[in-house]
Design a binder for this molecule. Structure first.
Ligand code: ATP
Length: 341
């Protein structure tokens, strides 16, 4: 039998983006009569931001707890960084960082003292502690507050310090369970800037749970979880493409003529008061051809893709409870999302 520090199973060629850092196969958890997680399977590759998107009670936290060895599965199997979560929990714990919904910092200690305490718990080599603390505090832009008591921090600063702490021992995977719950939109933006910086600079693998659609948009891939089951997995764009067509709105000087020309070319098209609306898959790729067919009269073009709300509705038959509808998302955050796709 493999020793506790011997990876039992690795998949994908090491050192490539295809390397699986987290694997779950038929994972399940029952609490008495309640099935919190039912036969969930997924793979997370190195460097990915992977989001579990689902409403309260869907089974997100339970899945994270199993992967972090804080709860035992009642069915299936999972590995983190190549180690079996049930048989090699100590090896798994050494390789993960965790940020839970509840704050777990000692607010009577300074930021730096909290980090030093964590460094001892996680056996960060003494010679590296100061360097690592400097680095993670810079990553979350709290280096100037390092000597302040955590009790003087805002909720957002404390959450960011928790992320820094989760990173301190250079984990293979950082788990963020509803990381922005209770934070105001501006603070959520700043926290997301931290997370994206982490990914960019450290190629960190991040497992995120959320019930916010706008937050899930940041993920490379999303698994939609409902009543304990994963009902769909894919990139945000893939999921949107699966549920329906894009619409391309063309505002032109001659909507009637353009509608006729596009229909003759085989497009499904509808003339509205202000624009000609074309229904098509992968709308962006059709724009050059649509403009060419329309002639010189095009004034503006807008491509609309189904939203993650549409995706969630499609797969679950209902809407996720939204505390932060995407129209309240700060402009800076929306711009960032747009740039990534
Ligand atoms: N220790 C427990 N004992 C009994 N039932 C539990 C326990 N933990 C979770 N559950 C139940 O399992 C289901 C999934 O809960 P879980 O906390 O994983 O959901 P979630 O998607 O993370 O939602 P939330 O964000 O509200 O925590 C819920 O029905 C919950 O009541």
């Amino acid at each position: 039998m493999a020793g506790p520090e011997t990876a039992q199973r690795a998949s994908g060629p090491p050192g490539t983006s295809a390397e699986a850092v987290v694997e779950a196969v038929g994972l399940g958890k029952r609490y008495g009569d309640v099935t919190a997680v039912r036969e969930v399977s997924f793979t997370i590759r190195r460097g990915e931001i992977f989001a579990f998107l689902g409403p309260n009670g869907a089974g997100k936290t339970t899945t994270v707890k199993i992967l972090c060895t804080l709860a035992r599965p009642t069915a299936g199997w999972a590995s983190v960084a190549g180690f079996d979560v049930e048989r090699q929990p100590t090896a798994v714990r050494r390789r993960i960082g965790l940020v839970f919904q509840e704050q777990t910092l000692d607010d009577q200690l300074t930021a730096e003292q909290n980090l030093r305490f964590h460094a001892v718990l996680y056996h960060v080599p003494h010679s590296q502690v100061a360097k690592r603390i400097d680095e993670v505090l810079r990553l979350v832009e709290l280096d100037e507050r390092r000597h302040d008591l955590v009790s003087t921090f805002s909720g957002g600063m404390a959450r960011r310090l928790e992320i820094a702490r989760g990173m301190l021992h250079t984990p293979a995977v950082l788990f963020l369970d509803e990381p922005t719950i209770g934070l105001d939109p501006q603070t959520r933006t700043v926290m997301w800037e931290d997370v994206l910086r982490l990914r960019r600079q450290k190629q960190m693998t991040i497992f995120l749970t959320t019930h916010y659609m706008d937050e899930a948009e940041y993920a490379d891939r999303i698994a939609i979880i409902d009543h304990g089951a994963v009902v769909a997995t894919g990139t945000p764009d893939e999921l949107k493409r699966r549920v329906g067509e894009d619409t391309v709105d063309l505002a032109t000087a001659d909507n009637t003529g353009v509608t006729a020309r596009l229909a003759a070319a085989g497009y499904q098209v509808s003339e509205r008061e202000e624009a000609v609306v074309v229904f098509t898959r992968d709308g962006e790729s059709h724009v050059p051809q649509l403009i060419e067919l329309a002639g010189s009269a095009v004034r503006s073009v807008h491509v609309h893709r189904p939203s993650l709300d549409d995706v969630f509705l499609h797969y679950t038959g209902r809407q996720i409870r939204e505390e932060h509808p995407s129209h309240t998302l700060p402009a800076r955050m929306r711009a960032h999302t747009a740039r990534r796709r």
